[in-house]
Design a protein around this ligand. Structure first.
Ligand SMILES: [Zn+2]
Length: 412
């Protein structure tokens, strides 16, 4: 399935903000830019919260019906593999096939020779690239050693889905963003060549970019390096898609994309310059709006947020472990549970809300809350009851965050 030019991933861990999220996309549409929502939730999130993929489909359908959204929308089986895909087959029409774990698995030598025979050749110098793509025997063999087994696995997952869903009824994303090192534009080209050979109709691809994409906070790294790499990637996609016979409209996907405020102007400018498409995935930023809004909406909410923070400190290793590679928490800058308990609700909100100009904002506190959603799930009806009780304030915060801080700088 071909994707619209612009798609925007909206994770909603607890499933209450579908309409509030969709309102942000209506705001963009009102400005004349069509951005399609993709509700995403990973297997890990479903397991931590105790939900099934059908609940995400229900949420998306309900929001779309309630707000009269008539443009396309999607439900993403986020970061699935062969072991986890089955529970998503019915509810999803967008599959993010994650093959990062298989990067570096030794490939079959005969398959490497076939890849060399098909794709080794003179350097490719697409107009605008910062340096030509070298694809001699040496480079192709090296790329095969890193990525060929992973892309064969992506093909296996794709065929598993295709055997169970009607042709043209789902979109395919391949993600390698959870790899240990970034993929260069030249590697991206060869990865696409492998996917094309394997017959995977990839609509969007999520490489690991240079720099740190930590959860819920801004980009860490060189903006110049990011801009050069991102532009090279866009140029590779523009030319490689057609040359390799991949679907028209093949586009880049940016994972852990929420709150990367410093790179949004770069992405905006380069996507426009190249007439490119974009998928950008957000998730935890919505849960953070929920807990910040609840904390600021009365004593009950404040007490719950204070309790979650205290528990998160006590169970620090447990809550941070699944996200260890995408967190940058300076534990010496985390206030004690007693100090946080002494704050009033609005003060606690300001520590969490991602306003870098606010002196009370604390990126360490924010990241700890980001991974502590499991503790809100444990609080059960106490938490969801507050979400319902303060649905107006929470919904406004969720819409405002996606619209003002994300969609406006990215697409307008
Ligand atoms: Zn990812």
């Amino acid at each position: 399935m071909k994707l619209p030019r612009f798609t925007f991933g909206i994770g909603d861990r607890f499933g209450h903000q579908g309409q509030a999220q969709l309102r942000a996309l209506q705001n963009v549409a009102a400005q004349g830019v069509d951005v399609s929502p993709v509700w995403n939730k990973s297997n890990r999130e479903h397991n931590l919260i105790g939900t099934e993929p059908s609940s995400l489909r229900a949420e998306a359908n309900e929001a779309v019906a309630a707000l009269g959204w008539t443009a396309p929308y999607f439900v993403d089986a986020d970061h699935i593999n062969l072991k986890t895909v089955d529970r998503f087959l019915e509810a999803s029409d967008f599959f993010t096939i994650d093959v990062a774990d298989s990067i570096g698995k030794a490939p079959d030598p005969a398959a490497v020779e076939r890849l060399v025979a098909r794709h080794a050749g003179e350097p490719l110098d697409f107009p605008g690239l910062s340096s030509p793509i070298l694809r001699g025997r040496e480079q192709v063999t090296a790329a095969a050693g890193k990525f060929l087994s992973a892309m064969q696995e992506a093909s296996e997952v794709y065929r598993h889905i295709a055997a169970r869903k009607p042709a043209g009824s789902f979109a395919v994303e391949v993600s390698t963003d959870e790899a240990s090192s970034p993929q260069t534009p030249a590697e991206l080209y060869l990865i696409l060549a492998m996917l094309a050979d394997e017959g995977v109709p990839v609509a969007t691809i999520a490489p690991k970019f240079t720099g740190q994409f930590n959860k819920g906070v801004d980009y860490e790294g060189s903006l110049t390096d990011f801009a050069r790499e991102f532009e090279d990637d866009l140029i590779v996609l523009k030319h490689a898609g057609a040359a390799l016979g991949l679907p028209e409209g093949l586009k880049l996907s940016v994972h852990s994309g929420s709150d990367k405020f410093s790179i949004y102007p770069v992405i905006n400018r380069l996507v426009k310059r190249h007439g490119a498409g974009l998928h950008l995935k957000t998730a935890g930023t919505t849960w953070l709006e929920e807990i910040a809004a609840i904390a600021g909406s009365g004593e009950e909410g404040r007490a719950l947020a204070v309790g979650i923070y205290a528990d998160a400190l006590t169970r620090y290793d447990e809550v941070t472990a699944p996200y260890a590679t995408v967190l940058h928490i300076d534990r010496s800058k985390l206030p004690s549970a007693a100090e946080v308990a002494s704050w009033d609700g609005p003060r606690l909100s300001r520590a969490i809300i991602h306003d870098q100009s606010c002196p009370e904002f604390n990126a360490n506190v924010r990241q700890l809350f980001h991974v502590a959603f499991k503790l809100a799930a444990e609080a059960g009806p106490k938490f969801t009851g507050l979400l319902k009780q303060h649905s107006e304030a929470v919904g406004e915060a969720v819409t405002g965050n996606l619209w003002d801080r994300h969609l406006k700088p990215l697409f307008l």
